[in-house]
Design a protein around this ligand. Structure first.
Ligand code: KG4
Ligand code: ZN
Length: 397
């Protein structure tokens, strides 16, 4: 007999409509409809469009998840849904469907913190999930850049975060300034990787008084970008200054240095392919080294940490994976990364797994019900309490 409940998980916090069927850490299906095409022309997610797309696509995605898992609704034993943080009107679509399903099927509903989903995404489909605690969590997505301390399956606290833009968002804005397509992460990382392969710049990290810079040298060119917050002493990061510096760099390279109001749309930007790759290399180096620097600082502050868990859309970046591996190899600690790219961006499988994982309580994982879950991670509602669910929480993760 399976002790873990067969879970139908729902995620609609931003621009992915996703439904999954999970049991414990195992994923039976993970259907995702991405709304990228609907938001592409706007260079970012438009909340009203996201809501309509979720409503339109939900029935299809639900059927897909059930048929891929070869189960029917009658077999489901619990519903899990992302309750926040995220876009309120997008979240509400998933929460409403989850309440309807839990009511109709008379099942418990587990409301899951979206960041807990990303945190536990490195365990999605892991058969042998026996981590050593404490662990440090690094979550980098389009909306979040966070450092977490994980003392147990249900005990997670925030150590630091971005003070303004998230790392993925900075990739997206940089892409828009270069006239590249949305989302910016994949295209910028591809161009930066091409630039590194072709040795288009020799990169170095240099300290000047209380500031840290990425310097890029090529014949006849020296480019310079700040790594903000490098010596702030805390575990926070900031990406807005980097965005301004990149704007200035594009402006200068385009030969429009007197026109400081360079459009953010990329229109009129006139860079050669080489210059474009060089800008991407510089941006990526500064954006990722900032995370690595703060991760090193977090590990210095928590020398008992035995593992680093990473999650979020930006983790799909292979250069980031390389930099992270260098840190954890050097310190001889475990690095846990989602086993598939499908679990890095927003997806319902991580929500189903988080509903289970954060309820485990003890290190041995003996508790299989979510009842004991940390209050920042999940909340469990029984049938008679479901009207409480759609009050959006002030979850701090
Ligand atoms: O986790 P996610 O799907 O959504 C949020 O919860 O925010 O993350 C999406 C973000 C986007 O900003 C996208 O540009 C970024 O992840 N991203 C990347 C890469 N692939 C996606 N950033 C850097 N390198 C990548 N390869
Ligand atoms: Zn996310």
């Amino acid at each position: 007999m399976n002790k873990e409940p067969l879970t139908l998980a729902i995620e609609t916090s931003c621009d992915e409509t996703s439904v999954a069927v999970t049991r414990g850490f195992t994923v039976l299906s993970n259907a995702i409809h991405s709304q990228i095409a609907a938001h592409k022309d706007f260079g970012g997610v438009v909340p009203g469009i996201a809501k309509l797309e979720h409503e339109k696509k939900f029935p299809e995605v639900l059927s897909q998840a059930l048929s891929d898992a070869r189960v029917n609704l009658g077999q489901i034993e619990q519903i899990a849904v992302t309750k926040g943080p995220g876009l309120a009107i997008a979240l509400e679509v998933g929460i409403k469907r989850a309440i309807e399903l839990a009511t109709e099927l008379k099942l418990p509903l587990v409301a899951v913190n979206h960041m807990a989903g990303h945190l536990f995404s490195c365990f999605v489909d892991e058969q042998d999930a026996r981590p050593s605690f404490p662990a440090l969590g690094l979550l980098v997505s389009g909306k979040h850049s966070e450092f977490l301390l994980v003392e147990d399956w249900s005990s997670v606290s925030k150590l630091g975060q971005t003070l303004d833009d998230a790392c993925g968002e900075a990739y997206d804005k940089c892409a828009t300034m270069l006239g590249l397509s949305y989302p910016g992460g994949p295209v910028i990382s591809r161009l930066a990787a091409e630039g590194r392969d072709q040795d288009l710049l020799e990169l170095e990290i240099k300290r000047e008084q209380q500031s840290l810079f990425v310097i890029g040298n090529a014949e006849g060119t020296t480019l310079k970008l700040p790594i903000p917050m490098a010596f702030s002493g805390d575990l926070n990061v900031s990406y807005s200054g980097l965005k301004t510096a990149i704007k200035q760099m594009i402006n200068d390279l385009s030969g429009e240095s007197k026109k400081l109001d360079i459009k953010q749309t990329g229109q009129g930007v006139n860079l050669s392919d080489t210059q474009q790759r060089q800008v991407c290399m510089m941006f990526e180096e500064a954006a990722l080294q900032m995370l690595i620097l703060k991760l090193e600082r977090a590990l210095d502050k928590h020398p008992d940490a035995k593992e680093v868990w990473v999650g979020g859309g930006v983790i799909a970046n292979s250069y980031l994976k390389q930099l992270l591996t260098e840190v954890t190899d050097r310190r001889d600690i475990v690095l846990r990364i989602p086993s598939s790219r499908a679990f890095t961006g927003d997806n319902a499988a991580m929500i189903g797994v988080a509903a289970y994982a954060s309820g485990r309580g003890g290190e041995d994982g003996s508790a299989s019900s979510p009842q004991g879950g940390g209050k920042n991670l999940i909340e469990v509602y029984q049938v008679g309490e479901l009207e409480e669910v759609d009050r959006l929480p002030g979850w701090s993760l």
